[in-house]
Design a binder for this molecule. Structure first.
Ligand code: 6PG
Length: 477
């Protein structure tokens, strides 16, 4: 075979990735279960590069130069296993299968192990950037063996997005499931980022009394500052869009029930297992969940709330500046939590993930791309063992400067009855980390009282229990 890469699964992501490879000068074998899709791709985009259309798995594998590089772009879960089972028997020692879907990293670990035993490299690669990214340059988070990256890396570097300094947005994340794990947390952060933006929008709408079009302008101005990011940019686009059918703001005609495909939920599930507090991400997942409970919301419409107090024009402008501060501070916390999870995963699974590198390959191509990520890279470069991102000096200073406004915004939300779960959770996390003493001591006391669960003391080593039922003497256990 002559094709340097093959792509099977030609739905929009697979098709666009195949075109991206071809546009970058690679010969690309393409295959799809329904052959008409393969032919349609070649017919429509054949002039963009060199495609080899394969109509059967055998043809597809034969079209690839060795060692073969075969990218699977099918639905995560069972369909991925089915495709692996279909192709693995046709492959040989040293061939590489790349799964570019949003697979669960535990599945990727299992698949990598099984295929490794058969002499096949399996690379679970997180790919972010949606359809446009796939075509023009995504951010790519490949896991798998270092050996597989040696053969695959240069190709991925060609098709990946380039950051402002020209660096390709791809790096070998770490062995087995590391790439999909990092992509999962990327999506968790994406959920938090989106929820924080949504809360900022709601506050500007309900408290400042701004129209969607006006809020779009506010977001546009934020986008030229430190919040400069893809998500803020598209938020302005969405908010300024007017529905053609009704002439109403688009955001007012869309059903307010947020859906999810699972990666945000996985992030939180795994964070619970790892014991990592990702409260901002969790609130973002729960906010989508609340929005989807139509019956619950219908039954609760009559519940009492505070009397809303609309701000005057000058107050509204000042409030809008405060919301920017709040959004930025909460965003720092959300990323802090996400990076903590990556570092915990890396430790648990022995992945040795370079956190600064992760931030740097998110600078381009992906959904959470933002100017701000450079700062995260610098923070980890300055101090590779940085225990918590927000303790980095420059982030700590920015939060210090933002915190009065951050608190005022959340207090206003509370008094006005505007739900801001992600703002509030991220501030609570910040205050928890700052606290000299936490009420966890009381929790320990309660646990010891009702269940003899024991506690430790601040003043000496050992495990203690108080005999609560009698004289309340303390015993060492
Ligand atoms: C990306 C996105 C992408 C997908 C999300 C959407 O990085 O390109 O994260 O992978 O759009 O998974 O997730 P939900 O459907 O769960 O919002």
């Amino acid at each position: 075979g002559t094709a340097q890469i093959g792509v099977t699964g030609l739905a929009v992501m697979g098709r666009n990735l195949a075109r991206n490879f071809a546009r970058n000068g690679f010969t690309v074998a393409v295959h799809n279960r329904t052959a008409s899709r393969t032919d349609a791709l070649v017919k429509e985009f054949g002039d963009e590069g060199t495609f080899v259309a394969a109509h059967t798995p055998e043809e597809f594998v034969a079209a690839l130069e060795r060692p073969r590089r075969l990218m699977i772009m099918v639905k995560a879960g069972d369909p991925t296993d089915a495709v692996i089972q279909e192709f693995a028997p046709l492959l040989e020692d040293g061939d590489v299968i790349i799964d570019g879907g949003n697979a669960h990293f535990e599945d990727t670990r299992r698949r990598e192990k099984e295929l490794r035993e058969r002499g096949i490299h399996f690379v679970g690669a997180g790919i972010s950037g949606g359809e446009e990214g796939a075509l023009h340059g995504p951010s790519i988070m490949p896991g798998g063996s270092a050996e597989s990256y040696a053969s695959l890396g240069p190709m991925l570097e060609r098709i990946a997005a380039k950051a402002e300094d020209g660096a390709p947005c791809v790096t070998h994340i770490g062995p087995d499931g590391a790439g999909h794990f990092v992509k999962m947390v990327h999506n968790g952060i994406e959920y938090a980022d989106m929820q924080l933006i949504a809360e900022a929008y709601q506050l500007l709408r309900d408290v400042a009394g701004y129209s969607p079009a006006r809020i779009a302008d506010v977001f546009r101005s934020w986008n030229s500052g430190r919040l400069d990011s893809y998500l803020i940019e598209i938020t302005a686009e969405v908010l300024s869009h007017v529905d053609a059918a009704t002439g109403e703001p688009f955001v007012d005609v869309v059903l307010d029930r947020a859906e999810q495909k699972g990666t945000g939920r996985w992030t939180v599930q795994i964070a619970l297992d790892l014991g990592v507090p990702v409260s901002g991400i969790a609130e973002a997942v729960f906010a989508r969940s609340v929005s989807g409970h139509a019956d619950l919301r219908e039954a609760s419409r009559h519940l009492a709330g505070p009397t809303a107090h609309r701000l005057g024009e000058d107050e509204a402008a000042a409030f809008s500046d405060r919301v920017e501060q709040a959004l930025y501070a909460s965003k720092i916390v959300a990323y802090t939590q996400g990076f903590h999870q990556i570092s915990a995963g890396s430790e648990r699974y022995d992945w040795d993930i370079d956190l600064g590198r992760v931030a740097s390959i998110w600078r381009g191509g992906c959904i959470i791309r933002a100017a701000f990520l450079d700062r995260i890279t610098s923070a980890y470069e300055a101090r590779p063992g940085l225990p918590v991102l927000l303790s980095d000096k420059s982030f700590a200073e920015e939060i210090a400067a933002a915190q009065d406004d951050w608190r005022t915004v959340i207090a206003t939300a509370v008094t006005q009855g505007v739900p801001t779960p992600a703002f509030a959770a991220t501030l609570a996390y910040y205050d928890s980390l700052r606290a000299e003493r936490l009420p966890a001591a009381l929790t320990q006391g309660q646990r010891d009282y009702f269940g003899a669960h024991t506690y430790h003391r601040t003043d000496r080593d050992g495990t203690f229990h108080t005999l609560w039922g009698g004289e309340k003497n303390e015993v060492e256990s």
